[in-house]
Design a protein around this ligand. Structure first.
Ligand code: SF4
Length: 82
């Protein structure tokens, strides 16, 4: 069965270091200094945002949880394929 792919998009300048994402999804989110880092993400020069493709239901859910708790909406999880 083919899994849908999702892209996690992180706008680092928006982050206020609240660490809510780190609390719910430490597998993906770490606090470094006063900003979160999305582990394994690549920087998209065009959009100036960090991006990471996630495919397993667990990894998608973890990042959707992070998206839900971020107080400044710095994290977006978008479906990119079925
Ligand atoms: S929850 Fe949002 S504001 Fe808080 S550390 Fe994570 S990305 Fe930054």
């Amino acid at each position: 069965m083919k899994m849908p792919k999702f892209k996690v998009i992180y706008d680092k300048p928006t982050c206020i270091g609240a660490a809510s994402c780190v609390a719910v999804a430490p597998k993906f989110w770490e606090l470094v200094g006063d900003k979160a880092e999305l582990v394994g993400a690549t920087f998209n020069e065009a959009t100036k945002k960090f991006e990471l493709i996630v495919e397993t239901p667990e990894d998608i859910q973890l990042n959707q949880d992070a998206e839900a708790v971020c107080p400044v909406a710095a994290i977006k999880v978008e479906k990119i394929s079925d």
